[in-house]
Every structure is written in structure tokens, then in C-alpha cells.
Design a protein around this ligand. Structure first.
Ligand code: SF4
Length: 264
């Protein structure tokens, strides 16, 4: 292990790491959850969230953003008895919400029999548990019929009335909390991002730096789904600090969440 302390060298290494991550993300970009019969588990975070199990699918990376499906597969080959195990999906219980019989059984047996089922693509109904090292938290803003997403680096107040640290305490530790879900940044760009509730077009608020980082993806999603100026329709902390502010902003911008089916 080598520790770098000079700022210039650190920035060079970050650039190299980002390039590698982009190549890695490109490799899996064309894969869908439907084309594989096996997902990969990750139980690394059980050291601090004993009942948490990540199920990593081609379209949903681990919550921390460090593991995608290919990483899970490679890690299992390197260490067959390690924390990344192949899990056959088995019988589909609900393909819209993302629930499979064998996945439920695996999660039940590996969560110390605390979690009987979860839906990979839902934020409302039995969402996946969250450990603590998730990159982002999304949660419902009920009056807007949409969700907000905050990145862990954002230290300010969010429209749900909690800072990231308080939200993490509510969601983390291996809890299953309807209306709240921890996830990676990469998952926001996935077609399976809370697809049970209509997907990323439910997003009504993001903290500004996250929103700017996701700008190309949000533009693409807007184009694909025929939503004009989707990026501009999403509020951030510079235009909306409370849920009421968000509702006022998205009403003015004619955000698509307002005309989607009710979340509850
Ligand atoms: S958050 Fe990351 S390290 Fe933790 S269990 Fe999930 S994939 Fe593994």
C-alpha cells in the first residue's frame, strides 16, 4: 500500500481512477437484469450493518457504487468463499417491482432471518435495505408526488427536513424503510431506478453538485422520455429549501411528477 499526500499526485490518481471507472461502467452499459439468470450478493457491510445484504444486478450496482455486477462476478472468481456469492434469480414473483423467489430466500438466510423479501426497483414497497456507505439517499416528498435525492457530500438541510447524516441514521444499519432508499450515483442513470414508481422522472429535487454531475444523464433521460427541459425542472437547494418551495418550483416548471399516478 502506498499513501499519497501531495495534492497534485492525488488529482492525477483521481483522474486515472475515474477513467477506469468510466471504462468499467461502459462495459456493463448494454446489459439488463433480464438477460442474466444470476445476480451477485455482497455482505461486506455486515461488519457494521449485520443484517444488510446488497443484491447486485446488471442494472443496479451496490449501494456504495464500488461494486457492479461484473465486479461481483470477478470478486467471486478470485475468492469463491468471500462476501460476493452468485445467486440464481429463480422464479419471478414480480418483474415490475423486481422480486424473485431465490433472491428472497438468499436474503432471508443471509440477513439472519430478519428480511423476508425485498423489491429491487421500488422505493415504496419493501425496498432493498441500506447499510451506511450508500452514495446517495432518495426519499419521497409526499406533497410533490415525487422524490428527492441527496449525495452524501452535501452537508446542508434537505427539503425533507433532515440533513444527509440524519437521513442516513433513519435509513441505514440494514433497515428496510418504505419511502427511503440508499443507492449508488450510477443507479440514478439506470432504467431500473425506482422503475416500479415510474423511474427517475419522479425526481423533483437534487442537491446542486449531484444534479450538475448527473446533468448529461438527466438530459438524455429527458430526451428519451420526451420531457422538455427535464434537467431545469428539477429543483436544488438554490431554488428550494423546503418541501413547500419544491412544490411551488415544480408547479411553475410543470414537472412531470405532478401528472404521474399517485405514489400512495
Ligand atoms: S454497499 Fe458496497 S461494500 Fe457494502 S454490501 Fe453493498 S456492495 Fe458491498
Amino acid at each position: 500500500m502506498k499513501i499519497y499526500t501531495r495534492e497534485k499526485e492525488i488529482h492525477e490518481l483521481i483522474d486515472t481512477a475515474r477513467k477506469v471507472y468510466r471504462q468499467r461502467d461502459a462495459r456493463i452499459a448494454g446489459m439488463t437484469d433480464e438477460v442474466v439468470d444470476t445476480f451477485y450478493s455482497c455482505t461486506l457491510c455486515q461488519s457494521f450493518a449485520p443484517n444488510h445484504v446488497c443484491i447486485i444486478t446488471p442494472e443496479r450496482s451496490g449501494l456504495c457504487g464500488a461494486y457492479n455486477w461484473l465486479d461481483g462476478k470477478a470478486a467471486h472468481k478470485i475468492n469463491p468463499t468471500g462476501p460476493n456469492q452468485p445467486v440464481k434469480k429463480g422464479k419471478v414473483i414480480d418483474d415490475l417491482k423486481g422480486q424473485w423467489q431465490n433472491i428472497n430466500e438468499f436474503v432471508y438466510n443471509n440477513s439472519h432471518k430478519t428480511l423476508e423479501l425485498f423489491n429491487a426497483y421500488s422505493i415504496i414497497e419493501f425496498p432493498m435495505t441500506s447499510c451506511g456507505c450508500f452514495e446517495c439517499i432518495s426519499c419521497v416528498l409526499p406533497s410533490t408526488n415525487g422524490i428527492m435525492t441527496v449525495h452524501r457530500d452535501f452537508v446542508g438541510m434537505t427539503p425533507v427536513g433532515m440533513k444527509f447524516s440524519t437521513l442516513a441514521g433513519t435509513v441505514g444499519g440494514g433497515l428496510q424503510t418504505p419511502g427511503f432508499v440508499g443507492h449508488s450515483k450510477h443507479y440514478i442513470a439506470s432504467n431500473k431506478f425506482i422503475s416500479a414508481e415510474g423511474g427517475v422522472k419522479r425526481t423533483v429535487w437534487m442537491n446542486k453538485t449531484l444534479k450538475e454531475e448527473m446533468e448529461p444523464v438527466l438530459h438524455d433521460i429527458g430526451k428519451q422520455q420526451g420531457i422538455e427541459n427535464f434537467f431545469e425542472k428539477i429543483a436544488d437547494e438554490t431554488v428550494a429549501e423546503t418541501e413547500e418551495d419544491v412544490l411551488e418550483y415544480i408547479t411553475r416548471k410543470k414537472h412531470p411528477a405532478l401528472s404521474m399516478p399517485p405514489l400512495f
